[in-house]
Design a protein around this ligand. Structure first.
Ligand code: ITT
Length: 196
């Protein structure tokens, strides 16, 4: 099976493809002929995920696919950067700048707890289905590691002693928000395949 994944983020493609069984292959936006930024105008992960897959399907003419919207929610910052994680420090969407802004805003706060949350929206048989995952942890005061993407260098998941960016993909997947949501996506795709 080949399924459209409506994202412009190659790290998400890599992480999700690594979790999918060998017989489910991601079709990227570029492979589907769409090479543009997809608008994310809403305040919730769910609404943005739904908007992304709707936009991608409309512009490619494909009938089925999924999208993913995610973010880092920092408790001492009232949940920021949240849905604005990708461009928190500005439209340049730069990971290092985003990290510096979060660390600066956290200065003086003793509560360094945070969580990643992700919502996948699967458009299947003309229905939108949502799958969610959460990974709780704490924010380190200095970035560590060079793997992964986004806020990985400062995020340490509960139960680990190092940052996501110090882990390889297999280890990150043991904890990650994305892995939890993808597992539900796989279960749904399997059930749908079996009932055909
Ligand atoms: P698409 O919208 O094209 O899928 P994007 O990077 O713009 O790609 P989002 O709008 O969902 O994606 O923003 C998610 C941001 O949250 C992402 O750019 C990172 O800054 C952060 N993020 C999400 N998951 C993460 C993870 O596993 N590790 C580190 N940072 C993550």
């Amino acid at each position: 099976m080949e399924i459209l994944f409506a994202t412009n983020n190659p790290h998400k493609v890599r992480e999700i493809q690594s979790l999918l069984p060998a017989d489910i292959r991601i079709l990227t936006l570029r492979e589907a002929g769409l090479d543009q930024e997809i608008p994310e105008p809403f305040d919730t992960l769910e609404q943005n995920a739904q908007a992304k897959i709707q936009f991608a399907l409309q512009h490619t003419g494909i009938g089925t696919g999924f999208s993913e919207d995610s973010g880092l929610f920092v408790n001492a910052l009232g949940g920021r950067p949240g849905v604005h994680s990708a461009h928190y420090a500005g439209p340049q969407r730069n990971d290092a700048d985003n990290i510096q802004r979060v660390l600066k805003e956290l200065e003086g706060h003793s509560d360094r707890s945070a969580f990643f949350q992700t919502t996948i929206c699967l458009r299947w048989d003309n229905q939108d289905l949502f799958f969610k995952g959460i990974c709780r942890g704490t924010l380190r005061s200095t970035p560590q590691g060079d793997q992964g993407f986004g806020y990985d260098p400062i995020f340490q998941p509960e139960g680990a002693d190092r940052s996501f960016a110090q882990m390889d993909l297999i280890e990150k997947n043991k904890y990650s928000h994305r892995q939890q949501a993808v597992q539900q996506l796989i279960d749904h795709l399997r059930q749908a395949q079996n009932s055909r």
